[in-house]
Design a protein around this ligand. Structure first.
Ligand code: GDP
Ligand code: MN
Length: 350
């Protein structure tokens, strides 16, 4: 792979602090990480592995965001992990805070109820701000506006398989708008008014729904009439997607409708079901992609490809892949979308 030093510099707090290698991958894309200063250790793990299996060949940049300012120690730790460009950014109050229509007393009551219901992160306000940011704002953060595709990375995850093609290039070539590895069902108690809020919005914009053969909306319904939500969601801690789709009138209208209801705060709506329901309702089967070949763990779940030809590329145990356990939603997708098993075959053809 050719190597060149780009004349630009890594930015931290608006200051240029070091040179980085020129991007080799062909797409207009970035990794996106939301993290706290305390999570540098988890990012050492995630970024080291991501560079090893993929990005040391392609040098895609990173955007790393925080609702607090990153420390110099955090920045230096990250810069040691990659030769790519890294942009460190701040999320300010217009993207991370209570909107003025949210009743904070009602939000506090909602947290108390969530504690009674035994919901994870039941009493955390920051978790709710995080989910709202990931649902409606990360793609319009100023540092993200230059890019079309993103790959979300979190602290403490693992990538198990060598990836010897340009993942973002594939997204662009195939015009994919959303890609995932793991999918599962969510805690119903975190989403009690979510579905009827979505339905209200759908009624206002029936023209935006994908229908007919290319629709994958059956993935989110178990009932014959497609009237209820089965809580299936793509696990958004890994996702590769098209930022222009998230910035579209359709998606933004959807998000704003959900946001106006206050459900991010009164309940604890996750960004995973928010993204997933939008994907299932509005995208076509040909616009979504199951990254079967990206072996991935976000504790406690792992996706490990089971195809024999993947064995030499991966350091995970395919018998432990999540699809053989409970709560999974990938097999449901396999039933309704025949292209589900697609990735290996298609890559071989190219
Ligand atoms: P989980 O995966 O649902 O258990 O939630 P995580 O704790 O992993 O949070 C999801 C993502 O948001 C991770 O990338 C975290 O680093 C990030 N995150 C969560 N809460 C905060 C926060 O309060 N501030 C910042 N800056 N990042 C956060
Ligand atoms: Mn996580």
């Amino acid at each position: 792979i050719p190597f060149a030093v780009n004349p630009s510099y890594i930015l931290a707090g608006g200051k240029s602090i070091r040179k980085y290698k020129k991007q080799i991958g062909t797409a207009n894309a970035t990794f996106i990480i939301l993290a706290r200063n305390s999570e540098a250790g988890g990012l050492v793990q995630s970024i080291t592995q991501l560079e090893k299996v993929f990005n040391s060949k392609y040098h895609y940049p990173y955007v790393i965001l925080n609702d607090a300012h990153f420390t110099e120690e955090f920045i230096n730790t990250i810069l040691n992990l990659t030769e790519s460009e890294v942009k460190f950014g701040f999320v300010d109050k217009d993207m991370w805070g209570y909107p003025d229509w949210v009743d904070q007393k009602k939000a506090a009551d909602g947290r108390a109820k969530a504690v009674k219901d035994g919901v994870p992160y039941a009493d955390s306000e920051s978790y709710r701000h995080m989910c709202r940011f990931q649902s409606g704002y990360f793609f319009r953060h100023p540092l993200m506006m230059d890019y079309q595709y993103y790959w979300r990375v979190e602290p403490g995850v693992s990538y198990h398989c060598d990836i010897d093609y340009d993942v973002f290039g594939l997204m662009a070539a195939k015009k994919y708008k959303y890609g995932w590895t793991l999918s599962l069902t969510d805690y119903p108690n975190t989403l009690q008014t979510f579905w009827h809020t979505v339905v209200d919005w759908m009624k206002q914009h029936p023209e935006w729904m994908t229908t007919g053969n290319s629709s994958i909306s059956k993935w989110i319904h178990d009932d014959d009439k497609n009237e209820t939500y089965n809580f299936c969601h793509f696990w958004s801690n890994f996702e590769v997607g098209d930022l222009n789709w998230l910035r579209s009138e359709q998606y933004v209208s959807y998000f704003e409708h959900l946001d106006k209801s206050g459900g991010f705060f009164y309940e604890r709506w996750g960004d995973a079901p928010v993204h997933s329901v939008a994907v299932a309702l509005m995208l076509k089967e040909s616009e979504v992609h199951f990254f079967n070949d990206i072996g991935y763990t976000h504790p406690p779940f792992m996706h490990c490809p089971t195809e024999p030809e993947m064995k030499s590329k991966c350091n995970c145990d395919p018998t432990k892949t999540f699809e053989t356990g409970t709560w999974q939603c990938n097999p449901r997708m396999a039933k309704i979308a025949p292209n589900y098993k697609w990735s290996m075959d298609q890559l071989k053809q190219e």
